[in-house]
Design a protein around this ligand. Structure first.
Ligand SMILES: CCCCCCCCCCCCCCCC(=O)SCCNC(=O)CCNC(=O)[C@H](O)C(C)(C)COP(=O)(O)OP(=O)(O)OC[C@H]1O[C@@H](n2cnc3c(N)ncnc32)[C@H](O)[C@@H]1OP(=O)(O)O
Length: 179
């Protein structure tokens, strides 16, 4: 994909290291929040991601593009596909068990994705430099080796837990992180 320098690891970036508490190979990652648009089982129109990690560093996830995910009639909305990539990239950096948020997300949309398509998403970290994590991902249509529909690259920034407490609404919610 065409990628900016912002999402390219700089010289000196180090490879990611999986946290020992991250799920083992093939284990489901589980939702990090039950109402998350990407992974939450209680979100009525969300993506309902089913994610796992084959190796503790890569995340593979699947979801089916539904009626609620359309832009043009019968086709997935690009923003929904970007959200799917964001979710997969965020899940892969969470394998390090440090809180990160998306700073920049770049997407290339290569093929239209019809409603009903099962998308196979993959995401991985290409390097860490200080608080910055560099990530890449792709979504393939119909099978893990199907045609690529979307490619993504991102810069995630490490934050403290206070980020979610100060800016979010954690009161009155059971804030789950991979329960
Ligand atoms: C309780 C535990 C919870 C754990 C949870 C686990 C969840 C596990 C699964 C997650 C799955 C969901 C995945 C969805 C993930 C989202 O979608 S998160 C939601 C979308 N993102 C946001 O809301 C972030 C909003 N932005 C911000 O809060 C702030 O701008 C940031 C990103 C924290 C940065 O602010 P800051 O901490 O003040 O840091 P700042 O000094 O500005 O920047 C640090 C460095 O990053 C660079 N930078 C920052 N932003 C950018 C940018 N956009 N472009 C280029 N460079 C940038 C800066 O230039 C700076 O570089 P250096 O000068 O150090 O070289």
């Amino acid at each position: 994909m065409t990628r900016s320098t912002v999402t390219t690891p700089p010289p000196g970036a180090v490879p990611p290291e999986t946290h020992p508490d991250a799920p083992g190979p093939g284990q489901p990652l589980g939702p990090h929040y039950s109402r998350c648009f990407g992974c939450g089982p209680d979100h009525p129109t969300g993506l309902h991601f089913e994610a796992s990690s084959p190796d503790g560093l890569t995340v593979t996830a699947q979801f089916t593009v539904g009626e609620n995910h359309q832009g043009a009639p019968g086709l997935a909305h690009g923003g929904v596909l970007a959200a799917a990539m964001d979710e997969a990239l965020g899940s892969s950096i969470w394998l390090l068990r440090k809180p990160y948020v998306t700073g920049r997300l770049e997407t290339d949309f290569l093929r239209p994705v019809p409603v009903g398509t099962r998308l196979f998403v993959k995401a991985w970290c290409t390097g860490i430099s200080g608080r910055k994590a560099y990530l890449e991902g792709e979504a393939r249509m119909g099978a893990p080796d199907g045609p690529v529909a979307v490619r993504a690259a991102a810069l995630f920034i490490e934050v403290t837990i206070d980020h979610f407490v100060e800016h979010g609404d954690v009161s009155g919610h059971e804030f789950e992180v991979n329960p």
